[in-house]
Design a protein around this ligand. Structure first.
Ligand SMILES: Nc1ncnc2c1ncn2[C@@H]1O[C@H](COP(=O)(O)OP(=O)(O)OP(=O)(O)O)[C@@H](O)[C@H]1O
Ligand SMILES: [Mg+2]
Length: 209
């Protein structure tokens, strides 16, 4: 399970969030999306959940096998696609299977610089999925993509979630993206949680739009 209790974090005297709480009771295909304006602390919250950063107070209990897709794709330019996915001791067979799942069969020997943004986003996704996560943490993985490619990637993530069965905790600043992925939307800085089906005008009000 993943349980976040009253997480609070400030940087340099500026409070990013206070008493944020939420939980995933099971590894079943449940999705929580964190939304908020640029600089409100979304990445900081996700990093705290992943144990990459320490909150000032509160509790993180995470016994899910987790995998992270970072805000930039963080592919290693001098490694092929296959080597980017096998990094950290994953078998080539598993890596090829993950690349097939994200639609990149035949791309194994390519280098990142010869790929489109959408293709690189798929590699980053494959590199996370190959770890067979129970929880997939996604930090605006598609924000640099055009609208059509982004929609394709959102659908791919939901399809893979259904097929493979993992929970998603995702960050975005895009309301439509949040609605397309989420069962629950957590809005920063307040930390209030909205359940699907979403009332868009409530969410827009909460975001100050
Ligand atoms: N290590 C750090 N030290 C000091 N301040 C930091 C640190 N990391 C982040 N911040 C500040 O905390 C705030 C929140 O940063 P964060 O990266 O969590 O925002 P975000 O919501 O993910 O923004 P974006 O949507 O632009 O990615 C920003 O003002 C940032 O400058
Ligand atoms: Mg961020």
């Amino acid at each position: 399970m993943l349980r976040i209790v009253k997480l609070t974090k400030s940087y340099n005297g500026r409070e990013l969030f206070r008493d944020v709480s939420f939980e995933f009771a099971t590894t079943s295909s449940w999705s929580i999306v964190i939304i908020g304006r640029s600089g409100c602390g979304k990445t900081t919250l996700l990093n705290a959940v992943a144990g990459l950063e320490k909150a000032d107070s509160g509790e993180v209990v995470n016994d899910f096998q987790s995998a992270f897709v970072f805000q930039d794709d963080k592919l290693i330019p001098w490694l092929t696609v296959l080597d980017n996915v096998t990094i950290g001791g994953v078998s080539a067979l598993d890596a090829k299977e993950s690349l097939r799942q994200v639609g990149l069969e035949g791309f194994e020997k390519r280098y990142p610089k010869k790929m489109s943004g959408g293709e690189k986003a798929r590699v980053a996704l494959a590199r996370a999925l190959v770890r067979k996560p129970e929880l997939l943490l996604l930090d605006e993985p598609f924000s640099a993509l055009d609208a059509i490619t982004r929609t394709e990637m959102q659908r791919l993530v939901k399809t893979l979630q259904g097929a493979l069965g993992f929970a998603i905790l995702m960050v975005t600043h895009d309301l439509a993206e949040a609605e397309s992925i989420a069962d629950q939307i957590l809005v920063l800085p307040g930390g209030r949680i909205y359940d699907a089906p979403f009332n868009e005008s409530d969410l827009m009000k909460e975001l100050g739009l």
